[in-house]
Ligand binder design. Sequence first.
Ligand code: FES
Length: 674
Amino acid sequence: MPSGKRGRFPAGTTVLDAARELGVYVESVCGGRATCGRCQIEVQEGHFAKHKISSFADHISAFGAKEERYARVRDLKEGRRLSCSATIQGDLVIDVPQDVQINAQLVRKSPIDRVIERNPAVQLCYVEVDEPDMHKPLGDLDRLKVMLERDWGWQDLLVSQHLLPQVQSILRNGNWGVTAAIHRDLQSSRPTIIALWPGLKNEAYGIACDIGSTTIAMHLVSLLSGRIAATAGTQNPQIRFGEDLMSRVSYVMMNPDGREAMTKAVRSAVNGLIDEVCKEAEVEPDTLLDAVFVGNPIMHHLFLGIDPTELGQAPFALAVSGAVHTWGSELGLAVNKGARIYLLPCIAGHVGADAAGATLSEGPHRQDRMMLLVDVGTNAEIVLGNRQRLLAASSPTGPAFEGAEISSGQRAAPGAIERVRIDADTLEPKFRVIGVDKWSDEPGFFEEAETVGITGICGSAIIEVVAEMYLSGIITEDGVVDGALAARSPRILTAGRTASYLLHDGKQRITVTQNDVRAIQLAKSALYAGIKLLMEKQGVDTVDTICFAGAFGSFIDPKYAMVLGLIPDCDLAEVKAVGNAAGTGALMALLNRDYRREIEETVQHIEKIETALEPHFQQLFVDAMALPNKVDPFPKLSAQVKLPERKATATQDGDSAAPRRRSREERAARRNRD
Ligand code: FES
């Protein structure tokens, strides 16, 4: 357990051998010498009707001398056994714990609440090599290979070139006992010795890294226990070359050394993070042996040193779409010289290895329910489907959801308004500010807010305030701020033909203008139209579950996202934020190479839809400008939230504005498509 694999073995077989024969991954570094402690298992006792097995402690051999010694010296936890020593004496149900922890100081609370079964591409193997013998003139390295084959079954081993000059001294320093790190990712590829240490080396690490256009996030993970030892993030320094992806592509096109500069910037940020996580976990960068990266296609290309210009224009051709296997030394990363790097495959020219990572993490391809997976950034990546069929597209949402293009927009930082409610009768707002515990209508709020200030509106609150303005009748379903309400409330400010809503009047005046509402409408229409296009291709009117990936998804309230019509109608309980799913996918691929094969296979079957080439996209975009939508009903949402009656627009321009507005929206849709 937990794999559920079972088999019959002669009494006296070690549990480790039985596990290997069944294809169950149990870690072992010392090769059964009972010194590394990595092979721990637990016996489950009792009658297991489901398995038709009665499993008891006396069905496993008693502690032998070696196991006894390990338990005494290393403190083997109660109930744990070393599977390399313990032998099968009767029917057994065996648990393979996924958290065998040797270096207790590295225990951190995992930011990822799932157990990932391990089967990493790198394995540590301790061997004792014969000393040189004049009569058998086999070289040091050759004798090492003989032992790795005899003790571990590795045949046909390759050796990383950088180790050749070191083999002699490492063997002698270890008094002929050495630990080799063997890398084998694809079953068909030859295994390679990528690192070598004198004596028993009982820890190896890997990194899982998500290179986002705004932030880069990294986990440092023990390859032997699966524990996350440290996590860190930093801003992507490429921002200085351009805020969004297209401006970075333009930078490459306009500047002869632009590509090099951006590649250098992202690699040095990655190295900075490696340094940070290693220091935090007190780990030598030399023990980093494997790394998995995900990123959108442009980040992916720039990290690999590939010119992304082709991704800036149709047909958005990727230089490489399949998974990439390379070396840390090739990318100038501060890891072990033999460390390997793996990049998940890209799905399409606009849908990258990050979306592949999120797909691997959330697993729409492993279920029958219709799952919508959305990662909202300046470009939303959308995956829709189930076990039968998966579709993917990207939609140009622009930076409005991140607070850019919004008059009072700002980053989610202390002082930013993060939650908003508007009283439908009085049109008075109440809000919460990051860094202050109270709502603005609670006593003491303004005194507390003095310290951080009230400085702007962050992405989550922009969604809420526009949705609340709609629910309280301040804006119509067409997104027009109703200037006539100025007679009812001083919160409605009019200027010429447009009106705005005064959210806070303090040192900084925070208003939501007609242009702000328009920017949000354009962004949400682009997202919804992309989703709707995929739903039409799938032939479905509804989805069963919605996963919001990325930082944005973690902070927005699904109810308000649906009121605005960012996402289609769905049971609100089925809408969830899944955090950095792309990073989780990278972690899964780091800890278990079977996941690499799974996503490589899945990506091949994902149908890519290019929104820019779909003539119908424009109509879907125009329909999606309305709140929540001009044509699509939201029955599940309406059952939980009272939506305003649909009515004609209350524009001050009168009805004659409608055709003009429509053509403005169509122009915007065209612009987005282009
Ligand atoms: Fe090392 Fe069992 S394999 S202690």
